[in-house]
Design a protein around this ligand. Structure first.
Ligand code: 6GU
Length: 219
């Protein structure tokens, strides 16, 4: 699978893309590409945004700039990019990202379009398959949201997480019926008078499974 991120701030992804599960994905043959819209703008003075028609605050990322960047990376008509891959605009106005959408997006090549300022010109709707938000609040740009989506999606790729059980039994996946995962404890068994549930120290895996299932239901 190939994932492309289009952004005005590619350096924002440096730390994230160096993380171990991304490196695992790359070793498995997955590709991650970053493109700066500004590197492909057809406008003078490296312009990428403009004032909104009708007036109002802020700047809007221009649709001709977005198309030029997409077409520099994927030769052909940018409006055809969505045939055969998911093209996602990150926007607070989008559908809320969840575990089911992460699984869906992990099935095809993926293009993530980050906006800044007041967002991308509305005509981006002709280029995308999805508009995705990570929650009911406004961030100053799509980059942090794109990293959340990348992380959620990359974990779904077969073989990326070395213990596959930790992916299926994870919080919010179907196995847990959308509920939260059971609580985890590690050494020391007692710290400042705070103990660990006895059952976890018992070595009785049947009882441990029962206890964990109960905790999931309680949560
Ligand atoms: Cl995807 N973008 C921005 N700018 N703000 C957000 C968001 C996305 N999701 C939640 N808030």
């Amino acid at each position: 699978m190939r994932t492309d991120v289009f952004t005005l701030f590619p350096q924002a992804f440096d730390w994230y893309l160096s993380q171990v599960h991304i490196r695992n994905a790359v070793e498995l043959g997955h590709e991650f590409h970053l493109t700066n819209y500004r590197d492909h703008t057809p406008l003078s003075h490296l312009q990428v945004d403009d004032t909104p028609y009708g007036g109002g605050a802020g700047m809007v990322l221009r649709i001709d700039v977005v198309c030029a960047a997409l077409e520099a990376v994927f030769p052909g008509d940018a409006a055809c990019l969505k045939d055969g891959r998911r093209v996602v605009e990150l926007t607070p106005k989008g559908r809320q990202f969840d575990d089911a959408l992460a699984a869906e997006l992990a099935r095809q090549d993926l293009v993530l379009l980050c906006g800044r300022y007041e967002g991308i010109d509305e005509r981006v709707k002709h280029l995308v398959t999805d508009r995705v938000s990570i929650g009911p609040y406004v961030l100053s740009g799509g980059e942090v949201a794109a990293m959340a989506v990348l992380d959620g999606v990359t974990r779904k790729l077969p073989g990326v997480i070395s213990n596959p059980e930790s992916v299926v039994s994870e919080s919010h996946s179907d196995v847990l019926e959308g509920g939260a995962e059971y609580p985890h404890y590690t050494r020391p068994a007692e710290f400042r008078g705070w103990g660990v549930p006895e059952v976890l120290l018992s070595g009785n895996h049947g009882e441990i499974d029962c206890w964990r299932a109960l905790q999931v239901r309680k949560r």
